[in-house]
Design a protein around this ligand. Structure first.
Ligand code: PLP
Ligand code: ZN
Length: 478
């Protein structure tokens, strides 16, 4: 059996060389007979050749044409594969930045529709996008009231609670992954998810007429589950934590040859998160914010915001400037924060995550090692937040800025508060908070923490006595 590729069952790459990276992680060897590879080879090359016109092919070769190992730099054809066969390093999209630089400038970008595809040359598809054409370009809100509450000079909220169509930043990664999945000829797409990704794969696959399967921990929030089922996808609840779901998905991808957006299509999927960073810079007036706080599950979003800041600098779209990227996790699942605080890049898995921020509950984060590196390189720090602090964070954002975030957003706000309090974000500097999902998805987390509405008869007299009794302020919690 020829050893062509290898992936950790968890998807994690904890450390430098291959043997270190593999230590302590179950590894599955993929052979040339493996459907994961066959899917890429058969449906990939041949169908791409059939379908694409000359214009798209030329564009593909100009801006993006291959994958590259993040560790050793070896290159691979742009198929459904995600791990280097020599050192098990993750594969990333590889771009021709001089061609992109010649095609892209601020004016060109500003002239395009307000979606994430205005940065299309920096995304790894070869034709025009065919899925998620309306995704992105969400508001960057100048959050003065929140800044005051946090005690910092300036604060901005990048508000992906209103991202289209499923109210989280995951629509960005799915738009790229499914557009690429179609180019590679996949008929069935799937994912391992902590909830938001499942919602997005389900909705975007439905609109593209693709069959989809979403695998999630069985104990997710009810609205997250419902927000997948409604699109007619196949939802499978797994009795176990996310790591178990992810492990199973690697096996299914191998056996069934489906396009798993965050397994065999991960190099394409992950690049979608860069648009979150591109938009921040453009909306700030073409500059990099001094501080950015990002909530982390796998750690991918944080690393891709870092990459986005670097790419715009390299392309001359923003000035080279100092910036720090800080991470945020829940205390009940904080493997990346613990590594950053411990001064190591070795990620210790959390076998039993316990937090109300279920979307961030990944005990073995695939990009944790690189997230730690991004934070260390930019002088960023990392914090974590307890359940109580997460709820307080959700409430603070809602009460100061009128933005209702899911628990992951509460993590970002709570950790930003700690970063300011400890001086990691100096009070006279600015910060951008990455708010990545809508609060209506995680309403159970607030049960028992909010005041019940006052109830009166339809009479002015009763209303008057409500006002005079001060009851409106002292209400019971629901
Ligand atoms: C709302 C929300 N924010 C942030 C994240 C973290 O994403 P990443 O896995 O890229 O760190 C997730 C992941 O599922 C999420 O659902
Ligand atoms: Zn390699």
């Amino acid at each position: 059996m020829g050893l062509l590729g290898c992936q950790t069952q968890s998807g994690a790459f904890p450390k430098g060389d291959a043997s270190e990276r593999m230590r302590g992680f179950a590894v599955r060897v993929l052979s040339r007979r493996d459907p994961l590879f066959l899917a890429g080879e058969r449906t990939g090359h041949d169908q791409v050749r059939h379908r694409e016109g000359a214009r798209e092919r030329a564009m593909a070769e100009k801006f993006f044409s291959q994958l590259k190992c993040r560790e050793c730099g070896r290159t691979y054809p742009a198929l459904a594969t995600h791990v280097c066969e020599f050192d098990f390093g993750p594969l990333e999209a590889d771009y021709n930045y001089s061609a992109i630089g010649a095609a892209l400038n601020r004016k060109v970008i500003e002239s395009r529709p307000g979606t994430m595809w205005r940065y299309r040359e920096l995304l790894p598809i070869v034709g025009d996008p065919t899925v998620g054409q309306q995704v992105g370009f969400t508001p960057l809100v100048k959050a003065d009231r929140l800044a005051k509450a946090l005690g910092v000079k300036a604060c901005y909220v990048k508000n992906d609670t209103v991202n289209h169509p499923t109210l989280s930043f995951k629509d960005r990664v799915v738009a790229v992954a499914l557009s690429r999945a179609r180019e590679l000829g996949f008929k069935v797409v799937a994912c391992a998810s902590t909830g938001n990704l499942a919602n997005s794969v389900a909705a975007n696959a439905a609109s593209a007429g693709m069959e989809s399967w979403v695998l999630i921990p069985a104990d997710l929030e009810q609205n997250k589950v419902l927000n997948s089922i409604v699109y007619g996808t196949n939802v499978v609840g797994i009795e176990g934590a996310y790591d178990a779901v992810n492990r199973l998905c690697s096996e299914i991808a191998g056996k069934y040859g489906w396009g798993f957006v965050n397994v065999n299509l991960r190099p394409y999927y992950a690049e979608g998160s860069k648009t979150f960073g591109y938009e921040i810079m453009e909306q700030l007036g073409w500059r990099i914010p001094r501080h950015t706080v990002v909530c982390m599950a796998s750690g991918s979003l944080l690393t891709k915001i870092h990459k986005a800041y670097g790419e715009f600098t390299k392309l001359g779209l923003v000035e080279k400037d100092g910036f720090s990227i800080h991470g945020a996790q829940a205390t009940g699942c904080n493997p990346i924060t613990a590594a950053r605080k411990g001064g190591t890049d070795l990620i210790r898995p959390v076998p039993h995550p316990k937090t109300i921020a279920k979307s961030l509950a990944i005990g073995t984060p695939a990009d944790g090692y690189y997230a730690v590196k991004s934070m260390a390189k930019t002088g960023g720090w990392s914090e974590d937040a307890t359940d109580e602090e997460i709820i307080a964070g959700v409430q603070l954002l809602a009460e100061t800025e009128g933005i209702f975030a899911e628990t992951a957003g509460g993590v970002t706000v709570a950790c930003a508060k700690k970063l300011v309090a400890t001086g990691k974000i100096p009070k006279d500097e600015e910060v951008v908070l990455c708010i990545t999902g809508h609060g209506l998805k995680t309403v159970e987390a607030l049960t028992g923490h909010l005041a019940a509405p006052s109830k009166i008869k339809p009479s002015l007299k009763e209303f008057d006595s409500l006002i005079s009794s001060g009851l409106a302020k002292a209400r019971v919690k629901v």
